[in-house]
Design a protein around this ligand. Sequence first.
Ligand SMILES: CC(C)(COP(=O)(O)OP(=O)(O)OC[C@H]1O[C@@H](n2cnc3c(N)ncnc32)[C@H](O)[C@@H]1OP(=O)(O)O)[C@@H](O)C(=O)NCCC(=O)NCCS
Length: 220
Amino acid sequence: MTLFPLLTENPFGLSGLFWREGRFRPGPVRELLHLGDPLGPALARLPEALRDAVPKRQSEYLAGRICASLALRAAGLPEVLGLNGRAPVWPDGAAGSISHSDSRVVAAVSRDHAGLGVDCETVMPEDQARSLAPMILTAAEAALRPGTMSFAGFLTLVFSAKEAVYKAISARHARILEFHDVMLTGISADRLHLAQDAQDFQASFRLDRSEVMTLVLVAP
Ligand SMILES: CC(C)(COP(=O)(O)OP(=O)(O)OC[C@H]1O[C@@H](n2cnc3c(N)ncnc32)[C@H](O)[C@@H]1OP(=O)(O)O)[C@@H](O)C(=O)NCCC(=O)NCCS
């Protein structure tokens, strides 16, 4: 597995966010990996449950954990990540999140927020977006699509933002949310406005022809 390059600047221009983002190429992985970064090497270990997983799954897991470890180090926090089911458990004082898509991986950490959700996705093909739409969106939400945005780009963006909301609150939320539990209420040039159970969220986003990145921060 290779992980290169490693970016340290978040694409939203937000301060106080410790960000590691890279491109990974799946391949056979060893039990421990050492990869370079301006801050030095990082270590990641495969959990028992992934020992027999396919190389893509092992690679994305390790790439995510390496990025998380480096983001925690940049934040001056212990590089210790627990596991609750599949969810990472961040050290005291940290809110963080991990995401990976076909080849992209990102981890973000903040010391100033109660929750953080990051999500990257590859833009779906148009026919897949059309068939998944009823699961992700209501008609009222679909009507918020800007005329300049393709349906597939819009659907992938809303999918990603709802996943980011879920990641930002899941540690404090007793149940697994459905897509229709989180409502899109508005969209501006670089932000989606969402609501879940009377709480409002904003998802910063970047969308290009092939990829989406969303970020949700929850105030303390
Ligand atoms: C957690 C979940 C959102 C992952 O999203 P995804 O787009 O499939 O995958 P991503 O690559 O973006 O994110 C996966 C990473 O999220 C993290 N993650 C897993 N479960 C998580 C949770 N409950 N809370 C926060 N982060 C979680 C993990 O680090 C995982 O990567 P890893 O297993 O390699 O460590 C999804 O699998 C899930 O559990 N969904 C159920 C709830 C839901 O999605 N509802 C609809 C939106 S409201």
